[in-house]
Design a protein around this ligand. Structure first.
Ligand code: NAD
Length: 356
C-alpha cells in the first residue's frame, strides 16, 4: 500500500467518512484528519471515538475557503462530505444542494491541487437516469420485484447496472451534482495529472449510520424494529417490494485499501460499487430479517404514492471493480442487519434520540 503522510477526510464525522477513517487508523501510520461541519445529526457522536483513536478533528465547512486554511498540508483527500439524500432539492431552491455537493467538490479539487494530493470522490449510483431505469423489464415475485435478463438498454441485466448503462436523461438533482462532480475530477486529472478515484456507490450500510426516513434506510429499519417505532412502506402501491442491493461499509473499506495499493489506476475511471444481487433486499424482506434479528414484530403502514425520484429496483453490477481490484463483497444482508443490531444494542449514549 502507498503510505500517505497526511490524509484529510471531508465529511469525516459522517457514516462513510468515519468508517473509512477507523479502517485507515488501524492499517496505516498516516496522520488522519476528519474535517466536518457536523451538519448531520449524530455525526457529533464520532468525536469521542476520534479522541480515543488519535484521529484529529477540524470543525469546518468545505464550502468556506477560510476553513481550509486550518488544515495542514496533506497528500490524500477523501471527499465524503455531502448532503446524501436523493429527495433533497426536489422542492424549492436547488442551490443549497448544488452548493453543498458540487461547489464543495470544486473546493476539494482546488485544495487537492494546491497540496499536490490525490482525491477520492464518493459518487453514487444515482447518476444513472431515472426514466431509463424505470423503463427496464421486470417481474413481480412473491416478496420482491426483479429485473429480467433481457433488457431494452445496454449495460444492464438481472445482475445489475454496469458502467455501460446510458447516461442520457434526468437523474435527480442529487445525482446531477454527483455526475457533474465526477466530470470536474476528470478535468483535474487531465489538466494537472491529479490522481483521482471515482466510486459510484449504491446503498451503503452498517454500524454508525444515523439512518433517517430519506437516507440510511437499512439502519433506520433495524433501529425502528429495535425501539419498536412505526415504519411505512412508501411508493409502488405500498407493497414493500422495491429492491436495492446493499454493501456493508466494511466491504467498502476493504475496497479502499485495495485501491490505495494501485495508484496507477487513479485515472478518473468510474467504478460501480455495491453489494450486487447476492446482497440485495426488498423492504418486505428487510422487515422479515429485522423481525428475526430483533425479535420485535409490528404492522407497517402503507403509502401508495411513489416519489418522482424513487426507483422500483436498483442493483449494482460490480464486475469492473471486482476484476480491477481483485475485490468482492464478503458480507450479505444477514451480516449487515446483525452488525447494525449489535451496534444499536451497545447503544452509544444519545443514539436512541437520533434513531428511535
Ligand atoms: N450512505 C450511502 O448509502 C451512500 C451511497 C452512495 C454515495 N454516498 C456518498 O458518500 C458520501 C458520504 O455519505 P454518508 O452516508 O457518510 O453521509 P453522512 O451524512 O453520514 O456524512 C456526511 C458528512 O458530511 C458532513 N458535511 C455535510 N456538508 C458539509 C460541509 N459543507 N462541510 C463539511 N462537512 C459537511 C456532515 O456533517 C456529515 O458528517 C456522500 O458524498 C454521499 O453522497 C453515500
Amino acid at each position: 500500500m502507498i503510505e500517505h503522510k497526511t490524509i484529510v477526510v471531508t465529511g469525516g464525522a459522517g457514516f462513510v467518512g468515519s468508517s473509512l477513517i477507523h479502517t485507515l487508523r488501524r492499517t496505516t501510520d498516516s496522520r488522519i484528519i476528519a474535517f466536518d461541519n457536523l451538519r448531520r445529526r449524530g455525526s457529533e457522536l464520532n468525536l469521542e471515538r476520534f479522541k480515543d483513536s488519535g484521529v484529529e478533528f477540524v470543525h469546518g465547512d468545505v464550502r468556506l475557503p477560510s476553513d481550509w486554511e486550518s488544515l495542514p498540508a496533506f497528500d490524500l483527500l477523501i471527499d465524503c462530505s455531502a448532503e446524501p439524500s436523493v429527495t433533497q432539492g426536489t422542492t424549492g431552491s436547488g442551490w443549497p444542494l448544488i452548493e453543498n455537493n458540487l461547489v464543495s467538490t470544486a473546493h476539494c479539487l482546488e485544495a487537492a491541487r494546491r497540496n499536490d494530493a490525490a482525491l477520492m470522490l464518493l459518487s453514487t449510483s444515482r447518476i444513472y437516469p431515472i426514466r431509463s431505469l424505470e423503463s427496464l423489464t421486470w417481474e413481480e415475485q412473491e416478496t420482491r420485484y426483479a429485473w429480467l435478463d433481457e433488457q431494452p438498454l445496454p449495460g444492464v441485466s438481472s445482475q445489475g447496472v454496469s458502467e455501460l448503462f446510458p447516461l442520457q436523461g434526468a437523474r435527480s438533482l442529487y445525482g446531477a451534482t454527483k455526475l457533474a462532480s465526477e466530470y470536474l475530477l476528470q478535468e483535474y486529472h487531465y489538466l494537472h495529472g491529479m490522481p483521482v478515484m471515482v466510486n459510484r456507490c449504491g446503498v451503503l450500510a452498517g454500524p454508525w449510520q444515523m439512518g433517517k426516513v430519506d437516507q440510511g434506510v437499512v439502519s433506520l429499519w433495524v433501529a425502528r424494529h429495535y425501539f419498536e417505532k412505526p415504519l411505512c412502506y412508501k411508493g409502488f402501491g405500498g407493497t414493500g417490494k422495491q429492491v436495492r442491493d446493499v454493501l456493508h461499509i466494511d466491504d467498502f473499506s476493504d475496497l479502499l485499501l485495495e485501491q490505495l495499493k494501485h495508484k496507477e489506476k487513479w485515472d478518473a475511471t468510474p467504478y460501480n460499487v455495491g453489494g450486487g444481487l447476492s446482497s440485495s433486499t426488498s423492504l418486505l424482506e428487510l422487515t422479515r430479517l429485522c423481525r428475526e434479528v430483533t425479535g420485535h414484530s409490528f404492522e407497517l403502514a402503507k403509502e401508495e404514492k411513489t416519489s418522482e425520484v424513487d426507483l422500483r429496483i436498483y442493483l449494482t453490477d460490480n464486475s469492473r471493480v471486482s476484476q480491477e481490484f481483485n475485490w468482492k463483497p464478503k458480507r450479505n444482508m444477514q451480516d449487515i442487519v446483525e452488525s447494525i443490531y449489535h451496534w444499536i444494542d451497545q447503544s452509544p449514549p444519545g443514539l436512541q434520540k437520533i434513531l428511535g
